[in-house]
Design a protein around this ligand. Structure first.
Ligand SMILES: Cc1ncc(COP(=O)(O)O)c(C=O)c1O
Length: 347
């Protein structure tokens, strides 16, 4: 019986074309910039994002931490979204690696209020930390997938530029934002200094992220990547499927968004207390079964018995993520299972 794993788009599997690309990749020493396949993915990434250069790194977390280390100085403060990955799920990396302090601010539905941002930027003073960096995330909140509006990004960048503060975007799922909003990634990042994109989420590659910015940024980022032990030798092996991901897997993200919307609408029809349709903007659907009285562990194990896996994100909240290995018949099975469980177990 097939397993339906909707816990994360990080569960996406490489396509046969990606596996084929691994076997034929031309290789060299990537630390010395001699791996032609790594150079190819870095040039492709820089070109797609309209920036000077890109660095191929092992993961989104590595990209984020290298970016913070590159753009800040010890003892500074970094403004982050309250629900961001960089703040919550990177083992306090900013503090441990770069010795900077996070200043979280709210970012409801992916909107950072300019007034709240300005208030969070410290005025120079002998007792306060200098604000060294603003970190955005797009799509925002890995349990939601909200799209940051171009207007909001540009307003934030304008405020930052006026104060001489760089802006970094964690674009783990930036192509989801681009495809769903019809705005090219070049435009999304035109006002930010640096961005990372994960090749492993909706794009389906097995390993890797690209950290993208101007040449001065990437030159320093390469040194920090090396310092952290992230320099790689024949990394063309893992860059090759990433090239397929960038060339072949971007446009099809719209299918995942359609599937997520379909799933959300069907669940909303089952019971409109499960979710708010406004919250579903890309490939992620979150539901809350709190009102049903069903125990969350029981709920998960009833799904698991049907070979359906979703992720618990709160006491009674769960996340279901669409990606290329999740097709419409699978989604129909999930809807049927949820219908069954909610009607049998619910109060
Ligand atoms: C928004 C965001 N940023 C960064 C990461 C980290 O990526 P990785 O798992 O490749 O370290 C994730 C992973 O889920 C993410 O959702």
């Amino acid at each position: 019986m097939c397993v339906i794993d909707m816990r994360s788009d990080a569960a996406s599997m490489p396509t046969p074309e990606m596996i084929q690309a691994i076997t034929t990749a031309r290789l060299g020493d990537s630390i010395s910039r001699e791996d032609p396949t790594v150079r190819q993915i870095e040039e492709l990434g820089a070109e797609m994002f309209g920036k000077e250069d890109a660095v191929f790194v092992i993961s989104g977390t590595m990209a984020n931490q290298v970016a913070v280390a590159t753009l800040t100085r010890r003892g500074q403060e970094v403004i982050v979204g309250l629900e961001s990955h960089i703040y919550n799920l990177e083992v306090a990396g900013m503090a441990a690696v770069s010795q900077v302090q996070a200043r979280p601010i709210s970012c409801p539905q992916g909107f950072m209020d300019p007034a709240e941002l300005e208030a969070a930027i410290n005025e120079p003073g002998v007792q306060v930390a200098d604000t060294g960096l603003i970190c955005l995330e797009n799509t925002y909140n890995l349990n939601r997938g909200y799209i940051m509006s171009l207007e909001n990004i540009r307003t934030i960048s304008k405020i930052a530029t006026a104060k001489g503060i760089p802006v970094y975007m964690d674009g783990a799922r930036i192509f989801n934002a681009a495809v769903a909003s019809g705005v090219d990634v070049k435009e999304i990042v035109s006002s930010v200094d640096a961005v990372q994109v994960c090749l492993t989420k909706g794009l389906g590659a097995p390993i890797g992220s690209l950290l993208i910015g101007d040449a001065a940024f990437t030159a320093e980022a390469r040194k920090i990547q090396q310092r952290l032990g992230g320099g790689m030798r024949q990394a063309g092996i893992i860059a090759a499927p990433g090239i397929v991901a960038l060339n072949k897997m971007v446009d099809r993200l719209s299918e995942d968004h359609e599937n997520a919307r379909y799933l959300a609408c069907c669940l909303h029809e089952l019971d409109n207390r499960l979710l708010s349709l406004e919250d579903v903007q890309t490939n992620i659907v979150s539901i809350d079964i709190g009102f049903t009285g069903i125990d969350s562990n029981t709920f998960l194990s009833l799904l698991n018995h049907r070979n359906i896996f979703i992720k618990r994100i709160g006491p009674s909240a769960f996340r279901l993520v669409c990606y290329h290995n999740i097709n419409r018949p699978m989604i129909d099975k999930v809807i049927d299972a949820l219908d069954d469980i909610l009607s049998q177990e619910g109060a």
